[in-house]
Structure formats: structure tokens, C-alpha cells
Design a protein around this ligand. Structure first.
Ligand code: SF4
Length: 212
């Protein structure tokens, strides 16, 4: 194989990488003794190895039982929504963070990168042009993640329900966990929506270290 196809630094011996990675994706170094893996392949290999050992030794259930309440608590009390505003309901979202309401008290801290978020607030009408971008943002968020449909526009299209260019609700193209009706949604209602989400997270207990 040509040396041009080798990327990154040699990291794993052939025998180790060959067990978990497609042979086409393993890139052989010119001298033939070392292999390289992309970072996502390496993480997948580590993930599989840890999982298999935990499963074989019966540690998986024990680890999950111990870590589940801790992870669940962290996810519940510190939801990180994406700092995304679509239309008028986004103004109310901003007001909820102002001193009058101070939604930070619930642990709600906005982040600007989907990679750092676990909650997506859809807060306005989603037009057909925006839909693929919004879906991409959702897919870029790590698991576990939740979606709040804030306002009538996000729930059903609102005043634009029969428009040719507006999607009839966020749940037509992504899963929605909490619906907050209103036009606009008041800051208090948004806070109640987050409390509802916290309750949902507590009941589902998605927080665990080894989830498969
Ligand atoms: S629900 Fe009402 S206030 Fe909210 S974005 Fe739609 S039109 Fe604006």
C-alpha cells in the first residue's frame, strides 16, 4: 500500500487493530510493521474493548448501577441548551435568563457549539430551508440529548401552519421531548418546561457509563 494513504502516527500493532476495524480502513505503514487508526477508530476500539471486558466479567451491571444516579443527576441539574434563536420566542428565551427569572438557577447554561449541548430548543417557525441545518445541529449534539419545542410555531407551525415554506412542527423531522404551548411562550413557561424535562430525565434514567 502506498505511503500516501498512511495518516497520523503509528499507534497500534497489527494484531490489535485488525480485530475490530475493517481491513480497508486499516492503513499499513511502508515498513509493514505498524498500523495507524483514525482517532474515531481508536475510540471505537477502546469502547468495544472496555465493554467486552465489562460484559464478560459481569461488571457492566455493577458499573451502571453505581454510575447511573451520578450521571443522571449531572444530566438533570445541568442541561446545556444550544444558544439558538429562530424568531420571537427566542426573545422570551433570553428574558428567562435575565435577573427577573434567572433560569440559571435551574442549571440551564447556554452554549454556542452543538458539541457541548444536550438540549435543543426550537423556538420559532422552522422553514424548509432551515430544516436540514437544524437537523444537522441536532445530529452534532452528543447523546443523550433532548429537544424542547417552544411555542406554537415549533409545535405545529403556529400562525404559519398552512404556509408552503414552513414545517408543520419540529416533531416532523426530529424527536421532541417537551412541548411548551404559547405565542409567545412566557419565561415562566420555559422554566416549567425545563422542570418537566428534568422530571423526564429522572424517570428514564439515561445516565449510565456502559449503556449498550
Ligand atoms: S409561537 Fe408566536 S411568539 Fe413564538 S415564534 Fe411563533 S409567532 Fe413568534
Amino acid at each position: 500500500m502506498s505511503s500516501k494513504r498512511v495518516r497520523g502516527n503509528p499507534g497500534l500493532r497489527r494484531g490489535v487493530g485488525a480485530q475490530t476495524t475493517d481491513s480497508d480502513e486499516i492503513m499499513e505503514a511502508p515498513h509493514g510493521d505498524w498500523l495507524t487508526l483514525r482517532s474515531d477508530q481508536l475510540l471505537e476500539w477502546i469502547d468495544n474493548a472496555v465493554y467486552n471486558v465489562a460484559e464478560a466479567t459481569g461488571m457492566r451491571e455493577l458499573v451502571n448501577r453505581v454510575t447511573r444516579p451520578i450521571f443522571n443527576f449531572g444530566q438533570r441539574v445541568s442541561p446545556y441548551p444550544l444558544h439558538l434563536g429562530i424568531m420571537c420566542c427566542a426573545i422570551e428565551m433570553g428574558q428567562a435568563s435575565a435577573p427577573d427569572h434567572d433560569i440559571d438557577r435551574l442549571g440551564v447554561v447556554y452554549r454556542s457549539s452543538p458539541r457541548q449541548c444536550d438540549v435543543l430548543i426550537v423556538n420559532g417557525p422552522v422553514c424548509e430551508k432551515l430544516r436540514p441545518k437544524l437537523k444537522t445541529l441536532y445530529e452534532q449534539m452528543p447523546e443523550p440529548k433532548w429537544v424542547i419545542a417552544m411555542g406554537e410555531c415549533a409545535i405545529s407551525g403556529g400562525p404559519y401552519w398552512d404556509s408552503y415554506s414552513v414545517v408543520a412542527g419540529a416533531d416532523t423531522f426530529m424527536p421532541v421531548d417537551v412541548y411548551i404551548p404559547g405565542c409567545p411562550v412566557r419565561p415562566e413557561a420555559l422554566m416549567h418546561g425545563f422542570l418537566t424535562l428534568q422530571k423526564k430525565i429522572r424517570e428514564k434514567e439515561p445516565g449510565m457509563f456502559l449503556r449498550r
